[in-house]
Design a protein around this ligand. Structure first.
Ligand code: 5GP
Length: 143
């Protein structure tokens, strides 16, 4: 299959440019993390490189080290913030895999013994819940 170009009109590119709002929990020169609006569990966070790529397949390898260092940092923070038993890390590439937004991102989802994940891109969470959960994660990241 021919490669598809990066589309700067994708929703995460708009969030990165500040054109639409998000509940950010982390930002540095290279990486941003914010709450998923249709969480598969409480505290579901997305971690993105600022550098544009559709997904892992066309990413500059130089972006991956800094990205995954923050994935680890956020994973530790959500585990602490929600007193989780574990953390699931998911990353989709192209529609066949389940990818729905075409700017590379990594899902970081706190997990609890015996509780399954909710469906991918299921139900929108209430904004006040996202605000509260983002606050818990920011606190855990700063301690
Ligand atoms: P993908 O299938 O591309 O890995 O997942 C994209 C994720 O982005 C989904 O989990 C979905 O709930 C989330 N999402 C979709 N639109 C928005 C949005 O406008 N804002 C935020 N914060 N998350 C979104």
């Amino acid at each position: 299959m021919a490669e598809t170009a990066y589309d700067p009109g994708n929703i995460f590119a708009k969030i990165l440019r500040g054109e639409i709002p998000s509940h950010r929990v982390y930002e540095d020169d290279a990486v941003v993390a914010f709450m998923d609006v249709m969480p598969q569990g409480p505290g579901h966070t997305l971690v993105l490189p600022k550098a544009p790529s559709r997904n892992l397949l066309d990413a500059d390898p130089a972006t991956l080290g800094p990205l995954f260092a923050i994935v680890q940092k956020v994973a530790l923070a959500v585990k602490k913030a929600f007193d989780a038993d574990g953390v699931t890390i998911i990353q989709f590439n192209e529609p066949a895999s389940g990818q729905t937004v075409y700017h590379l991102h990594v899902h970081v989802i706190p997990r609890f013994d015996g509780i399954p994940l909710k469906p991918h891109t299921g139900q929108m969470e209430r904004p006040e819940v996202l605000v509260e959960n983002a606050g818990k994660i920011r606190t855990a990241l700063s301690n």
